[in-house]
Design a protein around this ligand. Structure first.
Ligand code: NAD
Ligand code: IPM
Ligand code: MN
Length: 345
């Protein structure tokens, strides 16, 4: 029987998880699910953001669905205090999920919801392939009274494997990869560029490859987004560029993600946005990024391509039908948005 581990987390997390589970049960009748405390909720109960029991529960699942973690309650500048985000980083690392796919596909119905001009975003369909288990997120961290340091470290093998994910993805799309780095300053970026080009020359010479410095990439994402196909980049750059790219779709509340890379374990599926503490408890959260993350779970985690497509089509149809949550300039809340999507199934 298909088993899905559910991590509602904090803030708006539980509010968007509940309707997602309703949709999961619609598409996978009889699915077995188990909900686990994670992030701040787990810190409150157990003093740590990710317990061994929850990690084991995730490892045994066919896929993991996560909403969001974090919030002001657990924000601390003391390096010795537990943080919700440590649970997320620990989970990604422990599950071996080095490849984070963040598709950015603005719907024509939402062109006017974006702060960018319609003519710039028309035709945009890009995929951010973010390296997820290396770089400055996982390097040594030190802190004294006067000094602080985060080490950015990559092995060539880590760059090689994420480059392959990007080139393979491009072959199924428009056959172009933009590799984003800061090779004019950073040693890890010079290594990145060298390895990406070696992988390209050896196995993917038929794919168009361009190098873009990250500052320029941030600018081009808003000036010519439709020119991008696959963007491959390291962990921190990918984090920042994907939130920026979200605004092409109208809202961070629209962007889903899949974290993959371990053929022998479950993938992790989560919206790109966070726990939105500013709107938690108001019923205003846009659940569509969560629903689209569930679609990625159906596709990549359970190989249910038809069901994934049906869910995406229902989200599109709800928006075509006029659904607009507050973040998209409308007034619908989580419940109305859920009802609008359900109406198209
Ligand atoms: P955020 O993404 O939570 O919120 C940024 C802004 O976008 C807020 O104004 C919020 O209201 C809005 N927003 C986000 N998701 C929305 C949705 N679904 N519907 C409507 N509006 C939405 O980012 P932040 O405020 O920088 O971070 C808040 C907390 O979330 C922090 O603790 C951060 O560490 C955490 N975080 C967690 C994840 C995750 O769990 N994957 C991702 C990003 C941030
Ligand atoms: C994301 C988030 C996380 C990240 C945080 C919460 C650790 O911003 O998934 O994009 O930086 O990876
Ligand atoms: Mn982020």
């Amino acid at each position: 029987m298909t088993h899905i581990a559910l991590l509602p987390g904090d803030g708006i997390g539980p509010e968007i998880m509940a309707p997602a589970v309703q949709l999961l049960e619609h598409f996978v009748p009889g699915v077995s699910t188990e909900e686990h405390l994670f992030g701040g909720a787990s810190i409150d109960a157990h003093g740590t953001a990710l317990t061994d029991e929850v990690l084991a529960g995730c490892q045994q699942a066919d896929a993991v669905l996560l909403a969001a973690v974090g919030g002001p309650k657990w924000d601390t500048t003391n390096p010795d205090d537990p943080r919700p985000e440590q649970g997320l980083l620990g989970l990604r690392k422990a599950l071996g999920l080095f490849a984070n796919l963040r598709p950015v596909r603005p719907l024509p119905a939402l062109y006017d919801a974006s702060p960018l001009k319609r003519e710039r975003i028309e035709g945009t369909d890009l995929l951010v392939v973010r390296e997820l288990t290396g770089g400055i997120y996982f390097g040594e961290k030190t802190r004294t009274d006067t000094d602080a340091s985060d080490l950015c470290h990559y092995t060539t093998a880590e760059v090689d494997r994420i480059a392959r994910v990007a080139f393979e993805a491009a072959k199924l799309r428009r056959n172009k990869v933009s590799s984003v780095d800061k090779a004019n300053v950073m040693e890890t970026s010079r290594q990145w560029r060298q390895v990406v080009h070696a992988v390209h020359a050896a196995d993917f010479a038929g794919v168009e490859l361009e190098d873009v410095l990250v500052d320029n990439a941030a600018m081009q994402l808003v000036s010519r987004p439709s020119d991008f196909d696959v963007i491959v980049t390291e962990n921190l750059f990918g984090d920042i560029l994907s939130d920026e790219a979200a605004m092409i779709t109208g809202s961070i509340g629209m962007l889903p993600s899949a974290s993959l890379g371990n053929p022998d374990g479950p993938g992790l599926f989560e919206p790109v946005h966070g726990s939105a503490p500013d709107i938690a408890g108001t019923g205003a959260a846009n659940p569509l990024a969560m629903f689209l993350s569930l679609a990625m779970l159906l596709r990549h985690g359970l190989s249910l391509e038809a069901e994934a497509g049906a869910l995406e089509t229902a989200v599109d149809a709800a928006l075509d039908g006029g659904l607009r949550t507050k973040d998209l300039g409308g007034s619908a809340g989580t419940a109305e948005a859920t009802a609008a999507v359900l109406a198209h199934l």
